[in-house]
Design a binder for this molecule. Structure first.
Ligand code: HEM
Length: 123
């Protein structure tokens, strides 16, 4: 878990699937199921942060700047996902948050794949 990315990748993939499920449930008007998935999603946010932090503290000396950006980007992606589900539950607009989510997600994917552990399609 300190040099392998499997646990981290597993947790964020599950978090994204739960996020998509929450969107469908909200759209279908199933508010109770939506709230339940929102709670499970929060648990997965913590798991993504814990697995990411373990990788971060063990490896960041290899490239502190890029690792720092990766950590910040990861937290921002989670922040956008949480704000979108929260605002949906309050029936508020989410437009700009979607734009930010897509930008942060693309940056985090690039940084994660650029950094030395796990897959590296960029070198
Ligand atoms: C939903 C949010 C996140 C996404 C989509 C994401 C995505 C990724 C991806 C694609 C990788 C590369 C995996 C591989 O090459 O096998 C990765 C690795 C990593 N992530 Fe995340 N991540 C997220 C959140 C976080 C958070 C919150 C942190 C820090 C607390 C973090 C820290 C790291 C670290 C340190 C690595 C290892 C980089 C390396 O050494 O190659 N991530 N992440």
């Amino acid at each position: 878990m300190l040099t392998r990315t499997d646990a981290h990748v597993t947790t964020w993939v599950i978090a994204i699937l739960l996020f998509i499920l929450a969107l469908f449930l909200h759209r279908a008007g199933k508010e109770k199921a939506f709230k339940t998935v929102q709670m499970v999603l929060r648990l997965f946010y913590i798991l993504v942060i814990v697995t990411g932090a373990l990788l971060f503290f063990h490896n960041q000396r290899l490239d502190p700047a890029l690792y720092g950006l990766k950590l910040l980007g990861g937290i921002l992606v989670i922040g956008m996902m949480e704000m979108i589900t929260l605002r949906l539950s309050k029936r508020k607009s989410t437009g700009i948050l979607w734009v930010l989510l897509i930008i942060f997600f693309a940056a985090v994917l690039y940084l994660g794949l650029r950094l030395p552990m796990g897959w590296h399609p960029f070198y």
